[in-house]
Design a binder for this molecule. Sequence first.
Ligand code: HEC
Ligand code: HEC
Length: 510
Amino acid sequence: MQNAEQRTDTVKKMQYLSKPGMSRFAALCLSAFLLTGGCSGTATDVPPPEDAELLPGGATTTSILPFPALDKMADNLPAELKADFYAGRALAEQPWVKAPTITTARDGLGPVYNARACLACHIRGGKGRLPDDSNTPLFNVFLRLSIPADKGQSVDETLGVIPEPTYGDQLQTQSIALAHQLRRDTPDNIAAQGDVAPEAYVYIEWEKSTFTYPDGQQAELRQPSVDIRYPAYGALHPHTLMSLRNAPAIHGMGLLELIPQRDINALADPDDSNHDGISGRINQVWDAVQQKSVPGRFGLKANRPNMDMVVASAFANDIGISNPLFPQQPCTDNQPACARQINGNGEPGFELPAALMQLVTDFSRNLAVPERRDASDPQVHQGRTLFYQSGCQTCHQPSYTTGDSAEFPHLANQKIWPYSDLLLHDMGAGLADKRPDFLASGSEWRTPPLWGAGLLGRVNGSNSYLHDGRARSIEEAILWHGGEATAVRQNFIHLTKTERQALIKFVESL
Ligand code: HEC
Ligand code: HEC
């Protein structure tokens, strides 16, 4: 037993020991040792491996062979839904065309848009690709735009931002004009000729820097600086806020949608009441179906509530296909040539009927999660222990059980391993886009799931991690963690090189 004096001394030691730089596990272990004279080792902190971890998507989990892809069908999809899955894939994969055409089911592209198909950005279900050079315009990564609210000005509840007055809340870098399709002219010139021009072209300049670990090892980092060229409809607002967003991978979406909201609420700690330096907040976003604000969980800032809203807004804004939830064309009031174009509207008054949109939404819901690789490799096992000891799982919440679903019984009641709390975290100045999105601040991002993260390069050649695709490897992604993740990043950088490699190998095996 300790007397009062000894205990105060112990508390002081603990405060000193749990300063940033000291792994939380080590601090816990030491404090246990100082208080009780013993430390029970990793067993208390690191949950023992479960067989279920090998099937991260539960019964939807599929083999990645022969060609790794993240747009494969859920392994347990009932036979009677398979034809719909393939129909949905066709609508997500084949390029949309300008109206009018004889194939009315596939026309209505634009007039301004970012890409012609869902899978042009979410390539084979994985992430988008960013050019390495500064002369290739961006076509599968886009910019969200807005302007800051003046004092007392209210933000449109349905958009969550105040859109840039001329260009709206998303910059469309393509249009149906032939001069653009053939890359014969720049957007500003195309507009000057009275044709419907892309809003602008966007280029990236990569700024490189070197990070040095405490052990002297080095890693190269890069961060994008965005260059908007040839704006076609006049200058942007001088205070325009811009957020560069790479397309995330889209497997397992139906499972994430079925995580009970109460389980996510239980992880939130908006005021950091447990004082671990990590909060975790829930965004409140617009649901056009229910016509009210509800908790967000999809999108890089958790800016969409459910798959219906994700897919309907992607059709409307990314491809320019109007639909039941977003019946308008993507033209702003300052783009008369855009508004004059022939639309592809069918009977109901928009381009994509509800039934076809449903096929694409269900296709996205039913994308399989890939099975674990290399889980029995001793290095991966060591990495798993280090992942937990470093504190990665505080935000990258390993597992859930999906709720009941009458509509999608094959996705219901599955034990899944996405490694995300789906909450917003302040990730520090280095990752901040300074553009609020509904309740998310300019430095908050939603924890992305890590399942399949190690496959991205093999799926489509794009290892572009983080919201803007700046990180070319899992190591670079970790090194950019700041803000609430600062102490955990410190734990990572103080590991030995071999330990860091093991932790990364574990993430790659998910
Ligand atoms: C021009 C590129 C582009 C196109 C085309 C596109 N997306 Fe996306 N998608 C993105 C980006 C970028 C995001 C992240 C948006 C954000 O956070 O604001 C995203 C987000 C998503 C998400 C949410 C993923 C998550 O982890 O929460 C899903 C699902 C999705 N898209 C599906 C689709 C579907 C289905 C289509 C076709 C109707 C489509 N996308 C078309 C770029 C694109
Ligand atoms: C405070 C919460 C938090 C902690 C702790 C944390 N992360 Fe993250 N992580 C995030 C958020 C939020 C992002 C997205 C940031 C962005 O896109 O700018 C992210 C992104 C990532 C990515 C990139 C994923 C992708 O698809 O782009 C990887 C890999 C990653 N984290 C691994 C780790 C590892 C390994 C650890 C432990 C060493 C860790 N994280 C600790 C919140 C956290």
